[in-house]
Design a protein around this ligand. Structure first.
Ligand code: AHR
Length: 654
């Protein structure tokens, strides 16, 4: 990068990196992940189950299923109720008269099923036969064009509910397969439930596990924390539809399904088949955190439904069950294996605690109603669990009170007066220019009070959640500039995460998103690589970064945005520089305490046009490129490419 011949050279910029007398440590949780089941991120995405509506609990009980009644077959199928099971209340009854050319059912999956050649799948179901000749079931997985990819049989069904399974190996790869279940022989009354097709190659080959390629992409971010399960789904459109963690643990068949609030949220992206099976529940989230080395950060409902929807409230004097849910969650995560909720965790296979340290009280709540609920909840939690850091929200940054005050300012006023608060969560969904113009957003902020968690943010190229938003380089580059500002304020900002995380190419509701996928493939947006570079090159101590522009440079077009840290473990200075302009910027880098003749590592993320973006077809159009550089003089002259994020790691000699 050094010897590039500039065509359109900007006046020189002087970058001086020196020790920061404040001795600020960068929090290991500085860069993390925010997960919500939106855009088919959970069911149909991270959760590896391939059958949609496996337990017939969708309100339209046959959604995702179709009946197969080929020539010569005769019989009926209808939904029955388990009289004593209010959770998994429904099952499918087949009254088989004649099997003919084909009698059975077929499942469409989540916009099809991604099947890989040579991969193993476990097909399982719960079944009983209450009368008739014993049936044999044939299971087929077929491609869109009808080609059979694999098949197996199930027999031995008797008059007791039991789980039966068969292992299948696929002969070809197919992005939009279906599963078909035929009655091969036999007749009479057959009952079926919890029909599942699960890949064996989940992350770490866990049963009831997660899609390995998607988790891999999360693991590669080396996230400091993992915020879950949302987002607005924590709140629900109504309180009845809020996220309740206790219904998401234990055996998957016993987890109560509810509608996903993104099902009907956007008129332009109605997704009528979007439900939460909770196969991916709190136990799986904690396990995922452990697998990818991230601090778990659950967020629980605080007695408020989504204020954009019904804004239903639990009276303050009736908050006790909500507080108890929080206390019980702490016990589930951290309690002894013989405690009430620790026992549930141990029974699921994890006797050791998950060491949870953070808990969010409500998601994006605002107004006095939130403060009235936060205070009594936080008081009890702090009294019983002073070791847990409590996170309070600042609402949605779009909300302004009738008196013109921004909700965020009102809430901060309250937080600065409170004892029981450790971290404040701020959300920014704004246009790309806002992020560039606000690189110094936290520079002058009052340091007295809780720490800041920038808990949901991302540049919106057209407008908040507009279906026309793009994950382009414009957004990602200006996000990178903003992140230099977050890191320079690491004494105040101790956590940050982009949102939303996942988007299914065929089933999204909100864009932009960090990671895009279909049933077989996944790729990182340009923003993903920005997040990844900051996370992999965080460092441990903040350094002071001074950017001095030559006097004739137009102040309104600040050329470079930079931050620097020291990595104690590798003894390197790490500098992150964003050139937000369409011109090469020549800069001199002055480093205090660095010997010359050092081999530095350089990583550059750039693209020619701000409109560029990654896609399924071109997943690495915007991708980090690595090189080395010999630092042979100090100050050192560097040419920064137009529209680029550059990371330089320089070993500190002597
Ligand atoms: O990230 C999408 C949504 O944006 C979240 O669910 C909510 O917290 C915010 O309004």
């Amino acid at each position: 990068m050094k010897n590039k011949q500039p065509v359109d050279i900007e006046p020189t910029v002087k970058l001086t990196i020196s020790a920061d007398p404040r001795g600020i440590r960068i929090s290991p949780t500085m860069w993390g992940i925010f997960f919500e089941d939106i855009n088919f991120g959970g069911d149909g995405g991270l959760y590896a189950e391939l059958i949609k509506n496996r337990s017939f609990e969708f309100p339209d009980h046959m959604m995702g299923w179709s009946r197969i009644l080929e020539t010569g077959s005769a019989g009926y199928m209808y939904i029955e109720r388990h009289p004593e099971d209010p959770v998994n209340a429904h099952y499918l009854r087949m009254d088989i008269r004649k099997t003919g050319d084909g009698f059975g059912i077929s499942n469409e999956g989540f916009r099809g099923m991604g099947i890989r050649e040579g991969a193993e799948y476990r097909f399982s179901l719960q079944a009983r036969q209450v009368e008739g000749e014993p049936v044999i079931l044939r299971i087929e997985v077929v491609a869109e064009d009808g080609r059979r990819l694999t098949e197996g049989t199930i027999n031995g069904i008797d008059n007791q509910w039991r789980t039966h399974e068969v292992m299948l190996i696929a002969s070809a790869t197919e992005p939009r397969a279906r599963m078909k279940l035929f009655v091969e022989s036999g007749d009479g009354i057959l009952d079926l439930d919890m029909i599942s097709l699960f890949p064996m190659d989940t992350y770490k080959r866990r049963e009831n596990g997660l899609r390995a390629d998607l988790v891999q992409m999360l693991a590669e971010l080396k996230p400091g924390f993992f915020r879950f399960p949302g987002g607005c789904i924590v709140e629900g459109r109504t309180l009845a539809q809020r996220y309740q963690w206790k219904s998401t643990v234990g055996h998957p068949a016993g987890r109560r399904l509810i509608v996903n609030r993104w099902n009907t949220e956007f008129a332009h992206r109605i997704t009528q088949d979007y439900y939460q099976s909770f196969g991916l529940g709190f136990y799986e989230y904690f396990l995922l955190c452990e697998d990818i080395g991230a601090e778990p950060m659950p967020i629980l409902n605080c007695g408020m439904a989504c204020q954009f929807n019904t804004a239903e409230l639990v009276p303050v004097e009736e908050l006790e069950p909500y507080i108890q849910d929080m206390l019980d969650l702490i016990e589930f995560a951290n309690g002894a294996a013989d405690s009430k909720w620790g026992q549930v965790r141990a029974g699921m296979g994890h006797p050791d605690p998950f060491h949870m340290k953070y808990l969010g009280i409500g998601n994006e709540q605002w107004g006095p109603q939130y403060i009235e609920r936060y205070i009594p909840i936080a008081r009890v939690l702090k009294e019983k669990h002073p070791e847990i850091q409590l996170i309070a929200g600042t609402g949605s940054d779009a909300t302004i009170f009738p008196n013109g005050q921004a909700e965020i300012d009102y809430l901060w006023e309250q937080y600065r007066k409170m004892d029981h608060i450790d971290i404040v969560d701020e959300h920014f969904y704004r246009n790309p220019d806002w992020f560039l113009e606000n690189v110094g957003f936290y520079d002058g902020t009052n340091r007295n009070g809780p720490k800041v968690f920038v808990g949901e943010w991302g540049a919106q190229s057209v407008g908040v959640a507009s279906p026309d938003n793009r994950n382009n380089w414009h957004c990602a580059l200006y996000e990178a500039a903003f992140m230099t500002g977050l890191e320079r304020n690491a004494d105040l900002v101790t956590m940050s995460c982009y949102a939303p995380l996942f988007g299914h190419e065929d089933a999204w509701q909100w864009r932009p998103d960090l990671i895009w996928f279909d049933n077989l493939r996944a790729y990182g947006s340009a923003s993903y690589y920005v997040q990844k570079l900051f996370s992999l090159h965080t460092g441990t101590r903040l350094l002071n970064t001074a950017v001095e522009k030559a006097p004739k440079l137009d102040e309104s077009k600040t050329a470079l945005h930079a931050c620097a840290t020291l990595d104690d473990s590798t003894n390197e200075v790490i500098i992150k520089i964003v050139n937000a302009k369409k011109a090469i910027v020549e800069a001199s880098i002055g480093l205090e305490g660095v010997k010359t003749d050092q081999q530095a590592k350089v990583i550059v993320l750039t693209s020619d046009s701000l409109e560029d973006e990654n896609s399924l077809e071109s997943p690495r159009k915007i991708f980090p490129k690595e090189s080395t550089l010999t630092i042979d003089s100090i100050p050192y002259m560097v040419s920064f490419e137009p529209y680029s994020l550059t990371i330089i790691r320089i070993p500190v000699g002597g």
